[in-house]
Design a protein around this ligand. Structure first.
Ligand SMILES: Cc1cc2nc3c(=O)[nH]c(=O)nc-3n(C[C@H](O)[C@H](O)[C@H](O)COP(=O)(O)OP(=O)(O)OC[C@H]3O[C@@H](n4cnc5c(N)ncnc54)[C@H](O)[C@@H]3O)c2cc1C
Length: 264
């Protein structure tokens, strides 16, 4: 690890001020991804801005027809929060499958979404639920947030503050885990919500995406039968030692059917 400065501000405004003054400073939340990157010298920030002391980034609340979850909510909190469990049980179930017990007790919703790992679970849920990302300077719809592999619309001095998830009528999630890393080989989150049917896919490509052919089919008929004629092109899907693009394309269809069963 390289030397770096360490800051622990107690307000969003102070954290943003530090980040704006130093383009090489980086926020850190759970550290589950960033700390290993530092240890392997894959990242060399001049300063770390620890978000753990900022109360404004915490909490889960209901606002109208949405559940708003603070960026510093740990995966364990998302999995067990009574509001999330009641309003969006599929999101709680999904959070309960992230990593292992240690990761769920350190890693955060905001850190995962800001990191945008292609195999992370939350991006598919955010796309399918039509989430809105509330940052330290604006609101960003999920469709505009995920820009590419490990890249989001966030500016270097912009913090993810909370995510607002509209409460769906029905939602479900299924993924096939890589047996070694336990990350998603392909995961599908389906939701029927105020803005219609949306389907988010993770793990299969370099960035989570919406499967619009499935959305059209499920809008007409919310059942696994509707997916019989739907295809997933292997073009642009990942091919690696764990599985080829054709295999991942097949998994997307299978996981979508399982996600529908999960949604009920
Ligand atoms: C063994 C292991 C298994 C895992 N398995 C899974 C899995 O199955 N599914 C899954 O989805 N994930 C998995 N993860 C990743 C885990 O979910 C991490 O918690 C997550 O990727 C990063 O969250 P964090 O809070 O630790 O962020 P950090 O590591 O602290 O930060 C990650 C990145 O986000 C930035 N950042 C953090 N918070 C903010 C914010 N509020 N605003 C702006 N930028 C911010 C940081 O600067 C950094 O670039 C796993 C991780 C490990 C170590």
């Amino acid at each position: 690890m390289y030397d770096f400065e360490y800051h622990k501000p107690t307000t969003i405004a102070d954290a943003v001020k530090i980040l704006a003054a130093d383009p090489d400073a980086k926020p850190i939340s759970g550290g589950m991804t960033l700390l290993p990157a530092l240890k392997h010298r894959l990242n060399k920030p001049s300063a770390l801005v620890d978000l753990g002391g900022i109360a404004e980034l915490r909490g889960v609340k209901r606002e109208g027809n949405a559940i708003v979850i603070g960026a510093m909510a740990k995966h364990y909190e998302v999995a067990t929060d009574p509001l999330v469990k009641e309003a969006i049980p599929a999101l709680a179930r999904m959070a309960s499958t992230v990593g292992d017990t240690q990761v769920r007790n350190r890693g955060t919703l905001g850190g995962s979404l800001a990191n945008n790992d292609p195999a992370a679970d939350y991006p598919a849920a955010a796309l399918a639920l039509g989430a809105t990302f509330i940052t330290s300077r604006r609101s960003i719809p999920a469709d505009d947030f995920f820009v590419g592999m490990f890249t989001t619309a966030l500016e270097p001095d912009e913090l993810l503050v909370a995510v607002s998830f509209p409460i769906p009528e029905k939602a479900g999630y299924a993924k096939l885990r890589n047996p070694a890393s336990r990350y998603s080989m392909a995961g599908v989150f389906v939701a029927k919500g105020p803005a219609g049917v949306k389907v988010g896919v993770n793990g299969a490509a370099s960035c989570a995406f919406r499967q619009t052919e499935m959305e059209a089919a499920l809008s007409a008929n919310w059942s696994a039968d509707a997916l019989s004629g739907v295809t997933q092109s292997p073009d642009d899907l990942n091919s690696d030692i764990h599985g080829g693009a054709e295999y991942r394309a097949h998994l997307v269809i299978v996981m979508a059917k399982r996600a529908l069963a999960d949604a009920g």
